[in-house]
Design a protein around this ligand. Structure first.
Ligand code: ATP
Ligand code: MG
Length: 252
């Protein structure tokens, strides 16, 4: 692991997930949009992204910007973009780049300078190799910000969520809660586990499930940002998220 940094780089919240493709981008965008609508000066940061090239609107940075309406260059939101659909450490290596946590953090400094707080989207889950020496979880610990876990609502989610929680707790990352997400193909009537998953996750993790984001209609251009914001506000308890950031911006 790289050398620890002494204090919080910037107030914020790290959006991690139980896996790749669980809805981190959607949730990161919705949180940023909801807080910005309340007048909070939050930005978005995707420290490393892999699997797409910039320019076609498909990368997470581009999706975060279009869903939040934040005016920023995608290269600033995601300073490291690698085409290979591999874990960041390997995708970088394939492009001839050796990532370090220190470089990833310093590449985020324009965002740190521009905003009061950042909603940071991770890559994959917590035990994903980000650099040669750090998993995503180590990076969260270095940033010294709390994490929020995005989990699928369906079968298998208890196992994935509890494993994610225990890994983060083991390295001392505070977790503010879990958001369950009805990702594509989740149909509540053909997965009887959904009804009990949130309750069981609360029981076994001791964390709060802040809500369950329903499946959103997809347009050919992606998701409608207003629909996302309205749906998110109706389904998710934003108060613990807002409080976690407010406490940090007040120096608490
Ligand atoms: N609530 C939802 N309703 C409908 N589609 C969804 C929902 N949440 C996510 N999706 C879709 O599922 C896919 C995965 O979501 P998303 O890209 O947000 O996941 P991710 O965790 O950010 O993935 P990655 O690990 O690649 O960053 C996307 O195509 C997204 O549009
Ligand atoms: Mg994403």
């Amino acid at each position: 692991m790289s050398k620890a940094i002494d204090k919080t780089i910037i107030p914020g919240l790290f959006i991690t997930g139980t896996d790749t493709g669980v809805g981190k981008t959607i949730v990161t965008a919705a949180i940023a949009a909801a807080l910005r609508a309340e007048g909070m000066d939050v930005g978005v940061w995707k420290p490393v992204q892999s699997g797409e090239t910039m320019g076609r609107g498909m990368t997470d940075a581009e999706r975060l910007l279009s869903l939040t309406g934040i005016q920023e260059r995608p290269e600033v939101v995601a300073p490291f973009t690698f085409e290979a659909p591999l874990t960041p450490m390997l995708a970088a290596k394939q492009s001839g780049v050796t990532l370090t946590v220190r470089e990833i953090i310093s590449a985020g400094s324009p965002l740190v300078d521009h905003y009061q707080a950042l909603i940071v989207e991770g890559a994959g889950g917590v035990a994903v190799p980000l650099t040669e020496e750090a998993f995503v979880a180590d990076f969260i610990a270095e940033l010294r910000i709390p994490a929020l876990i995005v989990a699928r609502s369906g079968l298998g989610t208890i196992n994935h969520t509890i494993l994610t929680v225990s890994y983060l707790e083991r390295i001392g990352v505070p977790i503010i809660g879990v958001i369950m997400n009805d990702i594509e193909h989740t149909e509540s009537n053909d997965d009887p586990s959904i009804a009990m998953n949130a309750e069981l996750i609360e029981r076994y993790s001791g964390l709060k499930v802040l809500g369950r984001l329903p499946r959103l209609p997809r347009l050919h251009t992606g998701f409608n940002s207003e629909t996302l914001l309205e749906t998110f506000r109706a389904a998710i308890n934003l108060a613990p998220i807002r409080d976690a950031i407010t406490v940090q911006t007040m120096g608490g």
